[in-house]
Design a protein around this ligand. Sequence first.
Ligand code: ADQ
Length: 468
Amino acid sequence: MNRIVIVSNRVGPLTDTGRAGGLAVALVDVLRERGGLWFGWSGEVSEQGTYGALKFTEEGTVSTATIDVAQVDYDEFYAGFANRALWPTLHYRLDLTDFDRRLEEGYRRVNERFAARLVPLLRPDDIIWVQDYHFFLLGEMLRAAGVKNPIGFFLHIPFPVPEVLTALPNHKKIVHAMLSYDLIGFQTTNHLAAFERYLFEEVGGSREDDGAIAAMDRRVHAAAFPIGIDAEAFSKFPESKEGGENLALVRAELDDRKQIVGVDRIDYSKGLPERFTAFERLLELYPEHKGEVSLLQIAPPSRSEVRAYSQIQRLLEGLSGRINGRFSDLDWTPIHFITRSFPRRSLAGIYRGSAVGLVTPLRDGMNLVAKEYIAAQDPENPGVLVLSRFAGAAEEMSEAVIVNPYSIDEMAEALRTAIQMPLEERKERFEILNDKVMTNTATTWAHAFLDRLLEIHEPPEDIERQAF
Ligand code: ADQ
């Protein structure tokens, strides 16, 4: 079986520490099945940066190889072009972008350095799978270095409509580089359609007989592969020791009250201020919920070196303080705002103890919290998922209470509907949603992508066919 080589900005861990995300767990599973290498950034900044020694770890048939980056790479590539130009643009936040040629050049340079360090590690029959927006250019650079292996790319975040993408000054270079991949995976048919529209309308691409799109002298296959979670394992977490302890804590604290839960990295794409304000509106419109319903928002800071991120954290602290000052009573605080992360098993207990899961991003590639919340519910007494129409997850999870996160009133009404929903309706919605979450998991996602990649890859003529 061909070895899998995964490339992503952050690597591992290979063992489930309880903190590793479900995605990392699924990727390790796939690497284990076929044997593989996981290549990416070590998480360290050093003087030698990408020129320093590779760091290896190995566990059975799976190994990781990571490199450091230099401070200038971190500033221009990671905190720069990736998170100040690509992330906001792809999340429709042109107001927050910083288009600077220096950052663009840093992004190109780091992609090139990663390609240069990866090439010597590759074997002729490896299948290469590159993850996410940090590495749009990597495939083109691998091809330029003579790599003939199948190379796939999966975009975890949205691909915006051409009217938005074209605000990115180097949009053509980015999309041209993307066409070096054999297969591009998107989270939803909506993102896929936006990409195809770009190719057809912006650069005169055309569909070929085998489904590929030819454009800019290259051709590519593209499809939607909605990502899932490690659903089976997650559904058991509430009954684990840590899950059970946290569930008991939540129940003891709530007494007979109800809890709404939100779990997100602090990020402007997650719609957190709108969420706090919608909860405030609920209390204004329906004062009977005062003292009866609370909002627990768990949101560890991320990318705080980027100004837009530290600003939003301050905004949220101010908002929760104001709402709590306005509505709190001696025995009840409306908003609990916790800015640290929890182990996954503990999170599952908290999800189960919460009557409503509130997932209201302004834009999101998929949003795994929506799926985790469902997987963690008690089938006999499930909670209700309130989900933004702009989360990729909404395409599959239409049995959630779907909301427009820009409408504070609509969200307040949706919260009321969710809090008051009768058991029978909760069960009906849950059963359908849970079926989907259990069927389309992180593992089936990875297999679907890799199977398709092998199917469509055309081995270049100058290398041996049998390798593929
Ligand atoms: P993210 O933007 O990070 O991922 P999301 O899909 O919600 O968003 O994944 C977050 C993960 O982190 C979840 O597994 C969640 O449990 C965990 N997490 C969040 N807060 C936590 C906390 N306080 N403690 C512990 N764990 C916490 C990107 C895209 C998404 C896409 C994923 C996967 O932005 O749209 O779904 O990749 O493709």
